[in-house]
Design a protein. Structure first.
Length: 433
């Protein structure tokens, strides 16, 4: 087994693939089990798209009729009545260009979002008017993050700019608070997390980016390091608190895992290496999955790490310490169990009891138009067809106030569809950011 300079095993899927679920093809349409409540045309979404539920409305960004079009009339942000699916307002960019929008955030009665047209915007939710805009060096593709970063008690905003720096802006004025230029955003534009890493009372930011490679050696069939890092950024100053090298570019977003009294940050790179880093910036454990990973990790109540189509038991007993590096690695008998479905999975898999069974299920979607529902341990329960594939993560919550969960799917045909469930459970992990 080849090792890199810090002695971490790379390659292969976790342990033994002990279970292959039969019946790859979905037999039923999703609406045959979860009736369609409403559908609205909003334009194409991506794996970087999130949805926000606020005061009875759904807010979602759009890449328009086609993500490659300029001056696309469907670009912007949509505010949609959650009960009816009616478009309440379309936040359109007031000038020409590629005005695609992916991630959005809401706080203090304001809507925050960036575009592919080198601008970041803040709008008033009541008046629907632009409050300020900030010119960026390049596209803003990922979700912004809101936090109190100065002393004015007004939420500020922080975000990655593709191929460039990490920015923090004053939420009231749009003025630059600080810019971290040490590591640039990878093309995946990982959506940042906020967490007070250094304990100073101000939220810091957990994200991924690209800097300088720490090695020019070859590790098996690839470079030992391409210059990609997982990092923590100080929310007060914008300085890097720590940066930990990772094997490849990161498209997925990090996840906070509370392991008893210990906080770990989970990162998954596009070559399938998942690493866990503690608050000190120390690499704690390592797991390897397959290639082409865009789906962000999440965790079930029974400590199963969820990645894409399957899950892995993440209990400490399933890991062993490498003597050379001190890093915990998954044992050979750690099993990644998965639902064998057709198509790439870019969306993050959600965790909720959509089947009203008094226990959670995993629910996700493929780019080929398959919605899969599995046990929290990864094994298939049932798969369903939808009219078009999706990159964007599902949104699961009671959005109409009837105490039953709804499932929202933003697909690659440009439709946002609301499906009804018979479940009164609260979603454990029901949204991307």
């Amino acid at each position: 087994m080849v090792k890199n300079k810090i002695g971490l095993r790379l390659g292969g899927i976790v342990g033994l693939l002990a279970l292959f679920c039969a019946n790859t093809y979905a037999q039923k349409e999703l609406k045959s089990v979860f009736p369609e409540k409403w559908k609205v045309k909003i334009g194409v979404s991506t794996y970087r798209t999130n949805m926000v539920f606020h005061q009875g409305k759904i807010f979602v960004g759009s890449n328009g009729e086609d993500r490659n079009f300029k001056n696309d009339k469907l670009d912007g942000v949509y505010e949609i009545d959650a009960k009816t699916g009616k478009i309440v307002h379309h936040y359109e960019i007031p000038f020409s260009g590629d005005n695609d929008v992916n991630g959005v955030a809401i706080g203090d009665g304001k809507l925050f979002f960036g575009t592919d047209n080198y601008y970041f915007f803040c709008y008033d939710l009541k008046t629907k008017e632009e409050l300020w805009k900030f010119h960026t060096p390049y596209d803003v593709e990922s979700c912004p993050q809101l936090a109190y970063l100065n002393d004015d008690k007004i939420l500020d905003v922080a975000f990655n700019v593709e191929g460039n720096s990490f920015f923090a802006l004053n939420g009231q004025t749009g003025e630059l608070l600080w810019e971290n230029k040490e590591i640039e955003a990878h093309n995946g534009n990982s959506a940042p997390l906020k967490f007070d890493v250094n304990g100073d009372g101000t939220m810091d930011f957990i994200t991924s980016g690209r800097g300088s490679a720490n090695s020019d050696e070859i590790d098996g069939f690839k470079m030992a390091h391409y210059g990609d890092y997982n990092l923590a950024i100080d929310g007060k100053t914008g300085k890097t608190l720590w940066a930990v090298a990772t094997g490849a570019g990161v498209h997925a977003s990090p996840f906070i895992y509370q392991n008893g009294a210990t906080t770990e940050f989970l990162f998954l790179d596009s070559y399938g290496q998942l690493c866990s880093i503690n608050k000190k910036g120390e690499l704690v454990r390592l797991v390897n999955f397959g290639y082409d990973n865009f789906s962000s990790p999440s965790m079930t109540k029974d400590k199963h790490l969820v990645v894409g189509r399957g899950a892995l038991e993440f209990d400490d007993k399933m890991f062993e310490k490498d003597i050379e590096s001190g890093v915990m690695r998954s044992k050979n008998d750690a099993k990644y169990l998965f639902n064998e479905v057709d198509g790439r999975i870019s969306a993050t898999t959600m965790i909720a009891d959509v089947l009203a069974r008094n226990s959670d299920q995993l629910i996700g979607v493929t780019e080929e138009g398959i919605v899969f529902i599995s046990k929290t341990t990864g094994e298939k329960i049932e798969n369903f067809k939808i009219p078009a594939g999706a990159e964007a993560s599902l949104f699961i919550e009671d959005i109409d106030g009837d105490k039953f969960l709804e499932i929202l799917i933003s697909d690659l045909a440009g439709n946002l569809t609301c499906y009804k469930t018979k479940s009164k459970a609260k979603a454990t992990f029901g949204r991307f950011r």
